[in-house]
Design a protein around this ligand. Structure first.
Ligand SMILES: [Zn+2]
Length: 391
């Protein structure tokens, strides 16, 4: 386990990041990660610790020691790793087979712990700071579960910010934009039920093969038929299965999975309604039973104008270059949008190097040099919002 208060804060944070990287945990299973963070953060003497928030989440509250009133500001990192085998072989490579911190959440957690470490020497002058270590980001469940927790609602959050590292951009470049920053998405599972028969007498059964084929085509072509002003309206077939591998059997069931994605909530809703209608129509045409399930729902994460201004000022004051991301918005999804539905906030990209492997690549490893840069940006935001005195 980690030694608590190392003389060199950066070394302590680097060690913490590598420790977290070595023991990654999947969404909804982040027990060890939460315990590790709790032990690291307790010596920072937070005002309150909210454990098991939204699952295995942890919220660490620091109030201004003088009790001066002010806004409640949340900074958020994610606890979970991915079900992908790490192929890189650093000394801190994953010890958990088939699971890897390949999205950099280990680095995000370390950066947030740095914010806590610095509160001893530079305490808040007003308001409250909440460091939220959110579970289950990768499945789109964690932020929503946190937002629905009565303890979160009691916090009455005013502002909420999160940094996500972005490969392909220069190390430490701040990437931010007003409005939609990441797309909304939702997973659709369609189950078609017919009746199996001998493959020699398919007419005695009810095969979903043709309906499945029409449905795959219909879903992929659907975005072009939904009237929209969006720049992004996309359906991706991610999985399909018809019957079993049995050459003597005409199949009786099929399962099709697709991810629906858009840059506006209205478009996402229209795509969902159309997808459900197509599935029901195609099933009914062949007399099949049809069951729909929606999973892994991520809202569009749209940044607040004022919050973006705060980020740009904070970056400028710390000498961090600021730019707009290449994609508008990013096609990938983030569940952070659930956390800024009732407060102002922004999701911020922070370049993790032009040659860095892409997010979720099997050889991704968060660059340790980014930990202090993310920390500077967070401290800058707290300064802009008046929780920390100007430097
Ligand atoms: Zn991520």
């Amino acid at each position: 386990m980690l030694s608590r208060m190392m003389p060199d804060a950066h070394e302590a944070l680097k060690d913490l990041r590598r420790q977290l990287h070595a023991y990654p945990e999947l969404s909804g299973q982040e027990v060890g990660t939460a315990t590790c963070l709790r032990e690291f953060l307790l010596p920072c003497q937070p005002t309150r610790l909210l454990e098991r928030i939204g699952g295995h989440g942890l919220a660490v509250v620091f109030a201004a020691p003088n009790g001066a009133p002010g806004p409640t500001v949340v900074l958020r990192a994610e606890l979970d790793a991915l079900p992908i085998t790490e192929t890189a072989t650093p000394p801190h490579a994953s010890r958990n087979p088939g699971v890897g911190h390949l999205c950099g959440h280990d680095g995000h957690m370390a950066a947030l712990c740095g914010v806590a470490l610095r509160r001893r020497e530079r305490p808040l002058v007003r308001g409250r700071l909440v460091l939220l270590f959110q579970p289950a980001e990768e499945t789109g469940q964690g932020a929503r579960q946190v937002a629905e927790d009565p303890r979160w609602q009691d916090l009455a959050v005013d502002h909420c910010y999160a940094i996500h590292n972005l490969p392909g951009y220069p190390l430490g470049q701040v990437l931010v934009r007003e409005g939609p920053f990441t797309a909304g998405s939702v997973g659709l599972i369609v189950r078609l039920q017919g009746r199996t028969a001998h493959a020699a007498y398919p007419e005695q059964g009810l095969s979903p093969a043709l309906a499945m084929s029409r449905l795959v085509t219909g879903l992929v072509q659907m975005p072009t038929t939904v009237a929209t002003e969006s720049d992004l309206a996309l359906v991706t077939i991610v999985h399909a299965q018809l019957g079993d591998v049995a050459f003597g059997t005409s199949p009786g069931r099929a399962e099709i999975m697709a991810t629906v994605r858009a840059d506006r909530e209205e478009t996402l809703t229209a795509l969902r309604e159309r997808a459900a209608a197509i599935a029901r129509e195609e099933a009914a045409r062949d007399g099949l039973a049809c069951e729909l399930e929606w999973v892994e729902e991520f809202p569009v994460t749209a940044n607040d104008d004022l919050a973006v201004t705060v980020v740009r000022s904070a970056a400028g004051a710390r000498g961090l270059a600021c730019a707009e991301p290449d994609e508008s918005p990013f096609r990938w999804s983030e569940d952070f949008g659930w956390l800024i539905r009732d407060c102002t906030g922004a999701l911020i990209g922070l370049g993790s190097g032009v040659d860095q492997p892409v997010l979720h690549a099997p050889d991704f490893d968060f660059p340790d040099e980014l930990i202090p840069l993310a920390g500077q940006l967070y401290d800058g935001i707290l300064t802009e919002l008046g929780l920390l005195p100007p430097t």
